[in-house]
Design a protein around this ligand. Structure first.
Ligand SMILES: C[S@@+](CC[C@H](N)C(=O)[O-])C[C@H]1O[C@@H](n2cnc3c(N)ncnc32)[C@H](O)[C@@H]1O
Length: 337
């Protein structure tokens, strides 16, 4: 039986009814987490040193041995909404829901993106609770000094950051993925001509990847010796790992290999994954693996990795896509061991 409750912090939750829990942060901000029903899961898949599990990562994390993972790179759903069965069904039908097709221009049809501006106050609270619970489950499974890098977006990153810090991870900065997304920049809806000089919100030209670390045990050098964690691997002797990575939207050739609506590009992920194990040793975890792009990047740079994906459709997509993504050669960025 899965539960978001077995957290060593039972005082945080009250069970209202089967599958519905209230987070007792304080009376004002009490919120509810609806727990989906248990599913039947498939056997894990293995590609080289990558293993992908078909599971809900909250349940799966609970079952892991303590101090098992050396780094996390993940691109989570923003809360409980856009990857629910209901919203995924709407996405696959191409109608309604949080997924929206941005206006096509230059003759190109755009891929659906989630509409985060429509999230209600209640859903924003749920995002914070979701990441708090997730980070509490994750922390004991990491070795001291393990870095946790979480993809986000400028509309909700403040909530995710607060939750991760509240759960006990140390904030270590933010990596900027420099890329033009389809968010923002539009003129006011239904008044384009009248207000042709206005953008309702800034057109997003970067994506925040939040950087956290499990507190060290001793000094950085102690962690490096004992756990192989605590810092970042430098791209070269001369150059430290930096926090701005020029990138581009995931290109069609890559999406054709792995048609996941949130697929992240190998050129960007390989740089990030390579850096996250300072000595190049250990296991990288992606608890929200999607089509397996983090695992493919880890395999391409020669690291062991473990992923978890709950959705059967994406799990199957990943099993076919990972071997192809490992060998994918994005222009200007080759796999580098
Ligand atoms: C933003 S996507 C990740 C996409 C991935 N970065 C890629 O490039 O393919 C988030 C993924 O998390 C999965 N997911 C959502 N909730 C989950 C959970 N509780 N456990 C495991 N996977 C989950 C969704 O089905 C979705 O595929």
């Amino acid at each position: 039986m899965r539960s978001y409750l077995r957290l060593n912090t039972p005082q945080l939750f009250t069970r209202e009814e089967r599958g519905v829990y209230t987070l007792n942060r304080d009376a004002e901000s009490a919120i509810q987490l609806k727990v989906p029903q248990v599913q039947t899961f498939k056997a894990p898949i293995l590609v080289g040193s990558a293993t992908l599990h078909h599971a809900d990562c909250f349940d799966w994390l609970e079952q892991q041995a303590d101090a098992s993972y050396h780094a996390v790179i993940t691109d989570p759903p923003y809360g409980l909404h856009e990857y629910t069965d209901e919203q995924q069904a709407k996405l696959r039908m191409g109608r309604g829901g949080v997924w929206r097709i941005p206006p096509s221009f230059d003759g190109h049809t755009r891929s659906p993106i989630p509409r985060f501006t429509t999230l209600t106050a209640e859903q924003l609270k749920q995002i914070r609770a979701f990441f708090f619970v997730w980070a509490r489950l994750l922390l004991p499974k990491l070795v001291p000094g393990a870095h946790v890098v979480v993809a986000s977006n400028p509309l909700v990153s403040y909530l995710v950051s607060a939750a991760l810090a509240e759960a006990g991870l140390e904030r270590r900065g933010e990596i900027v993925r420099l890329t033009m997304t389809m968010r923002g920049g539009d003129r006011p809806k239904a008044a384009h001509d009248e207000f042709s000089d206005v953008s309702v919100m800034p057109r997003s030209m970067w994506e925040p990847w939040l950087v956290y670390r499990k507190p060290l045990m001793g000094r950085v050098q102690d962690n490096l010796r004992r756990w192989k964690t605590g810092g970042f691997r430098r791209p070269s002797q001369e150059k430290p790992f930096g926090d701005v990575i020029p990138s581009s939207p995931t290109r069609k050739a890559e999406k054709d290999l792995a048609p996941h609506p949130s697929l992240k590009p190998q050129s960007f992920l390989r740089q990030l994954v390579r850096a996250i194990l300072p000595l190049g040793e250990g296991i990288v975890l992606d608890p929200f693996a999607g089509a397996g792009s983090t695992l493919a990047a880890a395999e391409a740079v020669g690291y062991a990795s473990v992923g978890v994906e709950r959705d059967e459709h994406y799990f199957e997509m990943a099993s076919a896509a990972i071997p192809k993504l490992v060998h994918f050669s994005p222009n200007g960025s080759q796999s580098r061991r």
